[in-house]
Design a binder for this molecule. Structure first.
Ligand code: PHE
Length: 339
């Protein structure tokens, strides 16, 4: 049979052990120590109570109290060590010796890069950049560019109409008249942007990008056009890239020329890419047809000019050796990160 005091001593020891075990911070540990082991703590109280016991009960209760206090002091020591480790870990959460997590850096899309490169070449030749609407009126896309009303390019086969009068521009030439309307000559501009046609195969996409060029100034001739295009082609491809101009037709230029470059793959001998011809068509061009000046009050006796339009995808595909235009629009990172 043990006395009620000894029972109380045991209970206090158990409670203390639990409290020290569950202490989760140094502050909580210290509060627990004061509660049990402090000079006014529970054990000090129990010790005081020893005096009220009968003489023969005192030795047993006394040694029980000493043992319990000893055990509690050890429990405190253990908890202290446990928390010390915890605090060290908490303060060392940043391990500066670990290798860093690498940030994945992106870069501009190959189309944007090619557009920037094209525009900067023309920028160095004195052209400014202008941009315009992708949803365009019949007037700026066709009419003011001297397209007759029954021209096949206006047909539903090619043009994506939004309404009878609105369409998705089929070329960036739509900015020619918009630019000349707003600015008196001289005008030297390039127009990068999206264009749309109902066309889809390995080298055509319904949405594609063009850069238009327009220069109207005093005394510009076909030689200026050829000089500018030669400078462009020898910069974007290689310095020895040959060009060839073939007679062509556009309603808004006269005379007009398709511009070919010597095949980038075979150098002109003939291969699969150039279909055995040795030449690759890269853009359409010509001298601005005086009929167009009629829409903007430019005097054809005072000024003359040239225009050209090239496909950005076409240039990118030739430059980087791509054989399918889709790759440019699929956003497949395995492909895109190669550039
Ligand atoms: N806009 C024409 C096309 O998309 C290209 C071009 C532009 C031709 C300027 C002549 C002058 O095919």
């Amino acid at each position: 049979m043990c006395s009620p005091l000894i029972k109380k001593i045991k209970e206090t020891e158990i409670k203390a052990a639990e409290s020290f075990k569950s202490a989760s911070s140094p502050e909580e540990l210290e509060a627990t120590r004061i509660t049990f082991l402090g000079s006014k703590g529970l054990f000090a109280e129990l010790m005081k109570n020893l005096g009220s016991l009968r003489k023969e009960e005192r030795p047993a209760a006394g040694s029980a109290a000493n043992a319990a206090r000893q055990i509690t002091a050890e429990a405190h020591q253990l908890a202290k060590e446990r928390l010390a480790k915890f605090v060290t870990n908490r303060n060392n959460w940043l391990d500066v010796t670990l290798p860093g997590r690498q940030l994945r850096r992106g870069h501009s899309h190959i189309i944007s890069r090619t557009a920037t490169e094209i525009c900067s070449i023309f920028g160095n030749l004195g052209f400014s950049i202008v941009v315009g609407p992708e949803v365009e009126t019949n007037y700026y896309n066709f009419e003011a560019l001297n397209f007759p009303p029954d021209h096949p390019a206006r047909d539903m086969q090619d043009t994506l109409f939004v309404s009878t009068d609105l369409l998705l521009r089929t070329h960036t030439s739509s900015m020619q008249v918009r630019t000349m309307e707003k600015n008196p000559p001289p005008v030297w501009v390039v127009v990068p942007g999206k264009t749309y046609r109902r066309d889809s195969d390995i080298s055509h996409s319904p949405m594609f990008h063009q850069v238009e060029g327009l220069a109207v100034d005093k005394g510009l001739t076909f030689s200026d056009l050829k000089g500018v295009l030669t400078a462009f082609v020898t910069t974007i491809f290689t310095p020895d890239t040959k060009i060839r101009l073939r007679p062509s037709f556009f309603p808004f230029t006269e005379p007009s020329a398709e511009v070919d470059i010597a095949c980038v793959l075979c150098g002109g001998h003939g291969c699969r890419l150039c279909k055995g011809t040795g030449w690759l068509e890269i853009l359409g061009s010509g001298m601005v047809d005086p009929a167009v000046y009629g829409f903007v009050n430019y005097d054809p006796d005072q000024v003359s000019g040239f225009a050209f339009g090239l496909g950005i995808e076409r240039i990118a595909m030739l430059k980087y050796g791509l054989d399918n235009i889709r790759m440019l629009f699929e956003s497949d990172l395995r492909f895109l990160t190669q550039f």
